[in-house]
Design a protein around this ligand. Structure first.
Ligand code: B12
Length: 164
């Protein structure tokens, strides 16, 4: 595990298609893009229940969960994921979601606000390339780790892996 993390710039992301959504291609592309960028990916595949995301994130000490949803029911499927993370001790995990989150065309401002309310750090509109979110990921992870160091009062404090 330690070796894997070192190879991956120390960033681990759990990915999967949530709910009973079986659209596999976009998630595969997401995984390939993350790996190409040196990220350690724990890929859960399609039709992934919330519990599985949380269990995998705990086991892998993940920095983030990237949820994919294509069939238009992302609000329903994502509702409660943040709370489950909290219950599992993942108090600082980053939650991102992308794909086609709602049915048809809806005002993106309103859609993204809904996901903010559900506890997601970032929600991306249809056709967002994974590469476009990578910069956000790196910046968010860096900020999280800075905050952890400040909280620990030590500039050289190691990354908190037990309960992120
Ligand atoms: C292929 C396909 C299917 C195949 C899936 C085969 C398979 N196993 O993958 C089949 C025929 C099985 C299917 C079934 C259904 N489908 Co379908 N399907 C499609 C289709 C044509 C292409 C999807 C695809 O592969 N895109 C290519 C990939 C590369 O793009 P992507 O998935 O968007 O992913 C990219 C980005 O979104 C982004 N991304 C993805 N996740 C994330 C996450 C993060 C964090 C970030 C940053 C980025 C990101 O990066 C990816 C790579 O660039 C789309 C229409 C379309 N043109 O998109 C409809 C579509 C997604 N399907 C749709 C529907 C409704 C269904 C069904 C419910 C139909 C039905 N009534 O049965 C079922 C659902 C079945 C199920 N349980 O999942 C709708 C969804 C409606 C909506 N959201 O508004 C669409 C949009 C068709 C339409 N216009 O109505 N489908």
């Amino acid at each position: 595990m330690a070796e894997k993390v070192a190879e991956s710039n120390g960033i681990t992301v759990v990915t999967g298609v949530i709910g009973v959504d079986a659209h596999v291609t976009g998630n595969w592309v997401v995984n390939q893009s993350l790996r190409a960028a040196g990220i350690n990916v724990v890929a859960l595949g399609v039709c992934v229940p919330q519990e599985e995301f949380v269990d995998a994130a705990i086991e892998s000490h993940a920095d983030a969960i990237w949820v994919t949803s294509l069939y238009g029911h992302a609000r329903l499927d994502c509702d409660g994921l943040r709370e489950r993370c909290q219950e599992g001790g993942l108090t600082k995990i980053l939650l991102y979601v992308g794909g086609m989150l709602v049915v048809g065309r809806q005002d993106w401002e309103l859609v993204s606000k809904d996901f903010e309310k559900l506890g997601f750090n970032r929600a991306y509109p249809p056709n967002t390339l994974p590469e476009m979110a990578l910069e956000d990921l790196r910046a968010d992870v860096t900020e999280q780790r800075q905050q952890t160091k400040v909280k620990d009062g030590s500039p050289s404090a190691p990354k908190e892996t037990g309960s992120n």
